[in-house]
Design a protein. Structure first.
Length: 413
């Protein structure tokens, strides 16, 4: 039966020892309180995602079991900040990861990842959470409006370090002043339904580890997050978009979502605030999106951070419409439909530390939305959450490591 399942491409058997190895040092883990089938499969898939093996786990275990050794453990939550809003509590939490093999290793033993849980109340009045995960500590992309970019790229996260953010959010999250989990046994006021790679780092700059983590997160006998509820956001690394275009052709990956951080539809402006545009300009990005495979609805989320005095004029709105036109036109012609493929997500700017720009006024955001509507650009405004705790879009990052660009940007030839 096992051989038949393997030949048919069905779920492969897993070992409890592999799971124990993966969470070898995690104090918070209690196998008796977590379904064993879930444990076994989650561990096996995570080990495979990172190039490990589920077999012969004794030889894989660290020889030293000192607290804090890397192994395959889940790091405890280092800190939690909570912001109360109309839709519920927004949680920003951190976890320690080793600083080994970075130029900061002589100064610090650990680095911190940052993750954010964002409450959402749907049309039926049910509260769920979106988990915003980091793929790197820092970022090499250099976007001038982003807090993370001021750190530079320290190092990329492994698949395990990405997955552990989900595990911490759903199983370990506690308010630092309350001994029991907040509100529910899962620590939240609702389930985690969506995962977005919009935290620290550029996912396409760490694409293989990101895909390895998603392979675990989507597994039906593991976290079981539907692939349609996972989104990868990129600043516009065209080589990464091409890599993802190949991946979503694979069975089980068709409905993985793609978001693109546009922020300006003018090459001069975009190159000024997003250095990646000097490598792949708007024309190259636009063509990559036109060529991106269509599965299901095939929608593309285009993110636009509205920055006062930079990209907030009526002319900017017209340039967005011009950028969208070929993407939507090609999609509509091929499918013989009238609906748009590119959808704009308008994000009022969340000032980073020492930002040269303020947040936009409500009037300016409404005015810009009106200009987009007049030009038949389908746009939705992203509600601002977590700004007060430096947990909103573009605000993640350590002020102590700013401007230490210790890893260069890597691009494919």
């Amino acid at each position: 039966m096992t051989r038949a399942k393997a030949e048919l491409g069905l779920a492969r058997p897993a070992a409890l020892d592999a799971y124990k190895d993966f969470f070898w040092h995690a104090r918070a883990f209690d196998a008796a309180n977590y379904p064993s089938r879930h444990n076994r499969h989650l561990a096996t898939r995570t080990l495979r995602a990172s190039g490990g093996s589920a077999g012969n786990t004794e030889s894989q275990r660290p020889s030293a079991c000192a607290e804090g050794s890397l192994g395959h453990s889940v790091s405890p939550i280092s800190s939690v900040i909570i912001d109360e809003g109309p839709e519920g509590k927004t949680f920003k939490f951190t976890q320690d990861v080793p600083a080994d093999a970075t130029k900061l290793a002589e100064q610090v033993k650990t680095l911190r990842t940052e993750s954010v849980l964002i409450p959402m109340i749907g049309k039926r009045g049910v509260r769920t959470y979106t988990l915003c995960v980091s793929s790197q500590v820092g970022c090499a992309m250099g976007c001038t409006f982003c807090e993370t970019a001021q750190m530079g790229l320290i190092r990329s996260l492994t698949s395990e370090e990405i997955v552990q953010q989900w595990y911490a959010a759903t199983h370990l999250l506690k308010h630092p002043e309350i001994p029991e989990p907040v509100v529910t046994p899962q620590g939240l006021e609702g389930p985690v339904r969506n995962i977005v790679f919009m935290g620290m780092g550029e996912p396409m700059d760490n694409i293989e580890n990101v895909l390895g983590a998603i392979d675990v997160l989507r597994d039906h006998r593991g976290p079981s997050i539907p692939i349609s509820k996972i989104t990868i956001s990129t600043v516009g690394r065209v080589d990464g978009i091409h890599r993802l275009a190949e991946q979503i052709k694979t069975a089980g990956w068709h409905r993985l979502n793609l978001a693109i951080s546009l922020n300006a539809a003018d090459d001069e402006i975009r190159s000024g605030i997003m250095p990646i545009n000097r490598r792949w300009n708007l024309g190259a990005l636009q063509q990559a999106l036109i060529d991106y495979p269509v599965f299901g609805g095939g929608k593309l989320c285009i993110e636009y951070v509205l920055i006062p005095g930079v990209n907030d004029t009526e002319a900017d709105a017209q340039k967005i419409a011009d950028f969208f036109a070929p993407i939507n036109g090609d999609y509509q012609a091929k499918r013989q439909i009238s609906t748009a493929r590119a959808l704009l997500n308008l994000i009022p700017y969340n000032p980073r530390r020492n930002s040269p720009w303020p947040a936009p006024t409500e009037e300016s955001v409404d005015r810009f939305m009106g200009w987009l509507t007049q030009r038949n650009v389908y746009a939705k405004r992203r509600r601002t959450k977590g700004r007060d705790l430096m947990g909103a879009c573009g605000q993640l990052g350590s002020e102590h490591i700013r401007q230490r660009k210790v890893v260069d940007l890597t691009v494919s030839a």
